[in-house]
Design a protein around this ligand. Structure first.
Ligand SMILES: NC(=O)c1ccc[n+]([C@@H]2O[C@H](COP(=O)([O-])OP(=O)(O)OC[C@H]3O[C@@H](n4cnc5c(N)ncnc54)[C@H](O)[C@@H]3O)[C@@H](O)[C@H]2O)c1
Length: 428
């Protein structure tokens, strides 16, 4: 596994757990040192135990030395980041191409090189041309095997995936990939093979579609707020139609994370490159940007447009629960905006203090819910961590008339009203 991040480390540990011998390579020495000392650099439930078990049995090894790892392996997964290139909004492929040009130096026998990183359609062709500059085509095959795991559920998703997608033009290689995944296929996972470009595009199309579903229900939630209807009821009624399905119809803040924002942008750039206007996805991107502003405006109106001097507590700042990942979280927009307008923000997140907020004045981290909410005018539930689901709000804020803005609809608005809280939620 080249790249020991969320994808490389989780997949590496899971492949080792299936009985394979796995090297996880990362150029980040700090990460590899931590891993070799029994520490996990990311927050992912169950990962620590899994890594420890397979490390102890010597099936899972960590190194910064790409040479040894490549020479000893039959299959090489590229799992490096593909962040948004700021100027163009396309996927920045420099880490992928760098990995390919390093791997090609150590091909001592036939290798299958697989991109697990999310890469735009035709990237496999480019990797092939990079490697073939140094290695005879008979000694390697480039395959696409996009990753669909979700942070926070990553191990379960690896073990019980909805589907495994493999793209290659070689039936022989597809057969080998199927053998690798056989333990999962035997437990019911669907193995779907197609050509390489097809697999690359499936990943982007799937992410863009899921992002569309979220933005869609978020906009419907706005309409619910104006029409005395409840978005949850609408979502249930819609989701019962099997063509629609109920999942991913939960209204909330703008979607964030390391995938949807960057992948929606990247696919529209790819569309433009191939002279295809992906207008639906373009408007989803806009809708999601508007969502950040919309909810921030709502915070303002809940506070009667008086933000200056107000104390606001954020419960959860990550883009979703069970991860420490802050990439593109909507809190990154909200917190700076609120302190700029004169608010004092306290926050608590079960995954710990966030470096990204440490430079902001008037933003303070607390390591427990109670201290973060003491004396607050407004409690915002931003991320749906389990521990926010049964709070006794009366015991939390000492302020009279404090307000609650539940961006995840964790509580019943009827019950909250009965209890006398000034409670606001989404799409109700
Ligand atoms: N995070 C997710 O939930 C998720 C899910 C599905 C797909 N993906 C895709 O998988 C890819 C990886 O995502 P991630 O979240 O694991 O990224 P990450 O940033 O957590 O990890 C990438 C790792 O690659 C390492 N790296 C970069 N260049 C290297 C090189 N030349 N040699 C060795 N190591 C190198 C980095 O140091 C880093 O540790 C991306 O394309 C992403 O879109 C991510």
């Amino acid at each position: 596994m080249i790249g020991a991040g969320y994808v490389g480390l989780v997949s590496g540990a899971c492949f080792a757990d299936l009985g394979n011998n796995v090297w996880c390579v990362d150029k980040d020495k700090r990460k590899i040192n931590l891993l070799n000392n029994g520490k996990i650099p990311i927050y992912e439930p169950g990962l620590s135990e899994l890594v420890q078990k397979n490390y102890n049995s010597e099936r899972l090894k960590f190194t910064t030395n790409l040479k040894t790892a490549v020479m000893e392996s039959d299959l090489i997964f590229i799992c490096v980041g593909t962040p948004t290139q700021k100027k163009t909004n396309s996927a920045d492929l420099k880490y992928v191409f760098k990995s390919a040009s390093e791997i090609r130096n150590y091909i001592n026998k036939f290798k299958i090189i697989i991109t697990k990183s999310t890469v735009p359609v035709t990237t496999g062709d480019k990797i092939e041309s990079i490697v073939s500059k140094k290695v005879n085509k008979n000694f390697f095959e480039i395959v696409s095997n996009p990753e669909f795991l979700r942070e926070g559920e990553a191990i379960r998703d690896f073990r019980f995936p909805d589907r495994i997608v493999v793209g290659s033009d070689s039936q022989k290689v597809i057969k080998k990939m199927k053998t690798l995944y056989d333990p999962l296929v035997r437990k019911g996972a669907k193995f779907f093979s197609t050509n390489r470009r097809g697999a690359e595009l499936i990943k982007y199309a799937a992410n863009a579609f899921l992002a569309t579903k979220i933005s869609f229900i978020n906009e419907i939630a706005n309409l619910c707020e104006k029409t005395g209807t409840s978005v949850e009821q609408i979502a249930i009624g819609m989701g019962l139609d099997q063509r629609i399905g109920s999942r991913f119809l939960r209204a909330g803040p703008a979607y964030g994370g390391s995938c949807f924002p960057k992948d929606t942008k990247a696919i529209t750039v790819t569309g433009d490159k191939f002279k295809t206007n992906l207008s639906i996805i373009k408007s989803v991107i806009k809708s999601n940007e508007n969502r950040k502003r919309y909810l921030t405006e709502r915070i303002k109106s809940i506070l009667s447009n008086k933000i200056k001097g107000k104390k606001i507590a954020f419960l959860g700042v990550t883009f979703k629960p069970n991860t420490d990942d802050m990439r593109q979280s909507s809190s990154l927009y909200m917190l700076p905006y609120l302190v700029k307008k004169g608010a004092f923000v306290s926050y608590y997140d079960p995954s710990g203090k966030k470096e990204v907020f440490s430079k902001l004045t008037n933003v303070k981290y607390f390591d427990n819910i109670k201290d973060a909410c003491k004396k607050t005018d407004l409690i915002i539930i931003h991320t749906e961590w389990e521990e926010f689901k049964a709070l006794d709000f009366k015991k939390l804020s000492k302020k009279r008339n404090f307000k609650i803005y539940d961006m995840r609809n964790l509580y019943s608005s009827v019950l909250m009203k009965k209890k006398g809280y000034s409670y606001f939620s989404i799409g109700r």
